[in-house]
Design a binder for this molecule. Structure first.
Ligand SMILES: Nc1ncnc2c1ncn2[C@@H]1O[C@H](COP(=O)(O)OP(=O)(O)OP(=O)(O)O)[C@@H](O)[C@H]1O
Length: 467
């Protein structure tokens, strides 16, 4: 410990003052003494000296030690004050410590006890100051943040999101993330997970991408024989999530009858596999997300109000890209860098005109759409036709492809999933039924409705067997 620290000593007893000065100076402190406490107070508040500690007699005329302590504690709360008390003053000294004194010493003052108390006091003072400096540095770097756990953005609205995520990470309650499609809801969920359950599983389930009949078994798992095709026990997403995070994306697509079941699970914090009775404790935190207005869904009776309240304990709104246009160049450069890194290419320079044009067009697909457009730009390079369009004034800019309707999107997903299962089953419908947990009737209905070439899938499989 450096001992060249300034200590203020105040005592109306001139002899004691002299003795204290000698002891402290011998120990290497720089000592300033006062016989009158108002002068001592003025020296501290006058800011001429930054004392490391104050040593004051408790009994003094004019301003006594307790009154001096009260003033110092109010105006310089971090400055340690040690009071010197007489024999009969122990109760008063205890009171002084309650009111903020760092310590007290009894007369006659023992040199060793004095140096010990002072050493501890200045050390604490140093730590408090250091901590304050660290906090200030941290605050400054927070205020300048341009990225946060995979989320890129320096707009105040995004910095507010970062702060909220940090706060929400300290509580175990459900979080409901809202925001337009492609605005970064899943990334926000992953950031929350990284801060609250790093090292534990993050399990994401997209309610809109799963056929309605499969959602229940996907979430809760099943016991052998729970339904036709359930020939072995299977764990569900709740189980896989363990003590981590279960991310329920597009929660508004959850069928009504399952919403009641999810509500019960969240309230009882336990669930059963389908066809089973054993209650499995729910250890994971549930984060849900919706790009539709859930309150509107509740009003129209498509979403249970009680479940909405249960999921929306901590609401987190991700702003649309249109609300943070200033972040577009930063995001575009980030995606160009990401592309170069992934493909081992030299980084594409993004021309100011290109960045300007990006900032002027509209982004119905939000950051996802921006990412796709920047990637296309990186792939096609400066000469490509698209580039001309991308670099053109806003009015001439095409969207990065028309968005399909909800129904078209769902049918595409359904078809893709069915083809995957059928291909996996070698075109055998009965085997695909087992994988999908669907009846033959409903698989044939889907094959017909979605125009899937079952024969082609079978031949493809046969061809593969031959070669
Ligand atoms: N702030 C961001 N910084 C960097 N990348 C982002 C940001 N926001 C979104 N992205 C990227 O955009 C894409 C879409 O993000 P994400 O899946 O999190 O959006 P979402 O809101 O969950 O979309 P949806 O509602 O369609 O499920 C991802 O590739 C993601 O990495």
């Amino acid at each position: 410990m450096s001992t060249a620290l300034p200590i203020l000593v105040v005592d109306d007893d001139r002899y004691l003052l002299l003795a204290l000065r000698q002891t402290l100076e011998l120990a290497g402190f720089v000592v300033q003494t006062f016989e009158r406490s108002p002068a001592a107070l003025a020296a501290v508040l006058g800011q001429k000296e930054h004392f490391a500690a104050v040593l004051a007699d408790i009994r003094m005329p004019e301003l006594d030690g307790m009154a001096l302590l009260a003033r110092l504690h109010k105006e310089r709360p971090e400055l340690p004050v040690i009071l010197i008390t007489g024999h009969g003053d122990v109760a008063l000294a205890v009171q002084a410590v309650k009111e903020g004194a760092y310590d007290f010493l009894q007369k006659p003052v023992d040199g060793e006890a004095l140096l010990g108390a002072l050493g501890r006091a200045v050390e604490r003072n140093r730590l408090v100051k250091e901590n304050r400096q660290l906090q200030a540095t941290l605050e400054a770097s927070r205020a300048e943040r341009t990225a946060f756990y995979g989320l890129v953005g320096a707009h105040p609205a995004m910095r507010q999101v970062y702060r909220l995520i940090e706060t929400m990470a300290t509580a175990p309650d459900p979080v409901l993330i809202s925001g337009e499609t492609g605005s970064g809801k899943e990334l926000a969920a992953r950031a929350l997970h990284a801060l609250s359950a790093a090292g534990q599983p993050f399990v994401a389930v997209n309610m809109a991408a799963l056929p309605a009949e499969m959602i229940e078994s996907e979430l809760f798992g099943y016991e052998r024989g729970a339904f036709t095709g359930a020939d072995s026990r299977k764990a569900g997403k709740f189980e896989f999530a363990g003590r981590g995070t279960l991310f329920l994306d597009e929660i508004c697509s959850m069928p009504l009858h399952l919403q009641g079941k999810l509500l019960r699970v969240l309230e009882e914090r336990a669930f059963c596999r389908l066809g089973g009775n054993a209650a499995i404790p729910l250890g994971a935190r549930v984060i849900s997300a919706s790009n539709r207005d859930l309150e509107g869904e509740v009003a129209s009776g498509r979403f249970r109000q009680d479940l909405y309240f249960r999921l929306n304990v901590l609401p987190l709104k991700i702003p649309a890209l249109a609300e943070r246009v200033a972040d577009i160049p930063l995001l575009a450069r980030h995606f160009a860098e990401e592309y170069a890194l992934l493909h081992g290419d030299a980084q594409v320079r993004l021309e100011p005109a290109f960045l300007d044009a990006l900032s002027q067009r509209s982004w119905p697909g939000n950051v996802r759409e921006l990412r796709n457009l920047v990637r296309r730009h990186c792939i096609l390079g400066g000469q490509a036709q698209q580039d001309k369009a991308i670099g053109a004034p806003a009015a001439a800019l095409p969207a990065s492809g028309p968005l399909s309707t909800w129904k078209e999107h769902m049918e595409r997903e359904e078809k893709r999933y069915l083809i995957e299962a059928l291909a996996h089953a070698g075109g055998q419908v009965s085997a695909a039924c087992r994988i999908l947990g669907l009846s033959r009737k409903s698989v044939y209905e889907k094959v017909r409705r979605l125009g899937i070439d079952l024969e082609g899938l079978r031949q493809n499989r046969a061809g593969k067997n031959v070669t």
